[in-house]
Design a protein around this ligand. Structure first.
Ligand code: BG6
Length: 475
């Protein structure tokens, strides 16, 4: 395969609540992500249907220990460095910095923890790519303001941003304002701490909360540039192009509309204004989401520098969806694509879809792109010697990297980097399971909480090392 441009940022990605554990250590406050249990009630809590604002007896909360990255970060980052990572994407847990979200002063212990993580990355020449919010909202903000239902969250978020931008100035140059910002439409409690009162129009609330996040994202972009003009700020979309089920015009139109529902967020963040289709939708539904003239100015003047996204699969839509069976990949419902294989968790596998998505995003926005999540969640079974031979993961990644290289070298897409999801095994966001593993590094921990937390290299570890060393040539 062709090489990628010099300086291409190869690496891996994690999120605080899925790997750190130590959920109450170092002065950390509780957050929505600590209140989402494993098991059958998980979906209802993630969707804001079942209210769980305190940890309840009888439930297991996977974020509380996760893989204990909090106490293993040096060992873990050393393993990333051994693979040759040029970049490590991680998120800061908001409630480690501001335990309640609205505290007067930040929590020094939390700031020091991330400073140590960042310094450790820098020691190995690894660029930190920091997600400011990866789904987390301090519990106290949910109780006081109803989380992102309220405009007051914008000030809390900006205070947090100002603190971390100043503290990590010149050490961190790449920032993402909100992980998978469109996830708010699918899992509002998981993604934004939102709960609903009876009689509320849930969709209207989700769009109002999205608006506050979009304004907060634009103001954070402004602030990051003021504090250090060399900061690069990106948005982050759960991406995956919709295909029409057939060439029937109704299917094509439906697929286009389904894409708009997701691109809406990035249209605002990258172009600086609500697109007409969104304004028409809000008008048609009679939603008042509180957009002010000042908001419009903020959005217009502070667009993002680059567009990042997660990609796990393409999606399929039809004007008559009831005729077909559905699959669900990363929360986004889709009709089953008969041309594709499916993972153990029902996610369809489509490397060509990555090339299509890269092209679609680049054509639409003409801004640099960054793939910040991609990977295969699978059951890994260590052999008698404890080795995991994950050839299935290597095949998945190889095909996606090939597609990515074609998008860059043949189609001319400007792509800054590629960080695979869950470069070390961690808790699944969707299911709360440990057995759904993505890593190059195996972590000895099971769903019942047992295990030594010992780390070991899978076959994919050495494979990815040679991919990075050859800058994508040897796959
Ligand atoms: C993305 C999230 O939705 O997909 C991650 O940003 C998540 O937090 C990843 O872990 C994979 O999903 P899952 O459900 O397999 O963990």
């Amino acid at each position: 395969m062709g090489r990628l441009p010099e300086g291409f940022l190869w690496g891996g990605a994690t999120a605080a609540n899925q790997c750190e554990g130590a959920y109450l250590e170092g002065g950390r406050g509780l957050a929505n992500v600590d209140l989402i249990p494993a098991g059958t009630d998980r979906q209802k809590v993630m969707d804001g249907i079942k209210v769980m604002l305190e940890c309840e007896p009888g439930y297991v909360y996977p974020s509380h220990e996760a893989i204990d990255f909090y106490h293993h970060y040096k060992e873990d980052i050393a393993l990333f460095a051994e693979m040759g990572f040029k970049c490590y994407r991680f998120s800061i847990a908001w409630s480690r910095i501001y335990p309640n979200g609205f505290d007067e002063e930040p929590n020094e212990d939390g700031l020091q923890f991330y400073e140590a993580v960042i310094d450790e990355c820098r020691k190995y020449g690894m660029e930190p790519l920091v997600t400011i919010v990866h789904f987390d909202v301090p519990q106290a903000c949910i109780k006081r303001f109803g989380a992102w239902k309220s405009r007051e969250m914008i000030d809390c978020y900006l205070k947090y941003c100002r603190t971390i931008f100043n503290r990590y100035k010149r050490k961190v140059r790449y920032w993402l304002t909100f992980n998978e910002i469109n996830m708010i439409l699918k899992h509002p409690f998981l993604a934004a701490g939102i709960l609903f009162e009876s009689g509320e129009d849930q969709e209207e609330i989700k769009y109002r909360a999205s608006h506050y996040e979009l304004v907060a994202s634009a103001l954070a972009t402004k602030l990051a540039h003021e504090i250090d003009p060399e900061n690069h700020v990106g948005c982050m979309l759960a991406a995956g192009q919709y295909y029409p089920y057939s060439c029937a015009p109704g299917d094509v139109l439906t697929a286009m509309k389904k894409d708009d529902e997701n691109y809406f967020f990035i249209d605002v963040q990258a172009r600086g204004a609500y697109p007409n289709y969104a304004m028409k939708m809000l008008e048609r539904k009679g939603y008042n989401i509180g957009i002010t003239e000042e908001d419009k100015k903020i959005l217009a003047e502070n667009t993002v520098d680059f567009i990042s996204f997660s990609y796990y699969s393409s999606r399929v839509a039809s004007a008559e969806p009831e005729k077909y069976s559905v699959t669900s990949g990363n929360a986004f419902e889709s009709i089953c694509n008969p041309w594709l294989e499916t993972s153990e968790w029902g996610w369809q596998i489509d490397p060509v879809g990555l090339r299509i998505t890269l092209n679609a995003l680049y054509e639409r926005y003409q801004k640099p792109l960054f793939i910040v999540e991609n990977g295969l969640g699978a059951v890994d079974t260590p052999d008698d010697n404890g080795n995991v031979d994950d050839t299935y993961r290597i095949s998945y990644l190889r095909e996606h990297i090939k597609a990515m290289e074609l998008a860059v070298n043949e189609d001319g897409v400007e792509l800054w980097g590629y960080t695979t999801w869950g470069c070390i095994d961690l808790v699944s966001a969707g299911t709360g399971e440990m057995r759904k593993r993505y890593g190059f590094i195996y972590v000895d921990k099971t769903d019942d909480g047992s295990g030594t937390l010992k780390r070991s290299r899978k076959s994919s570890f050495n494979w990815y090392k040679q991919v990075i060393a050859s800058n994508g040539e040897v796959l």
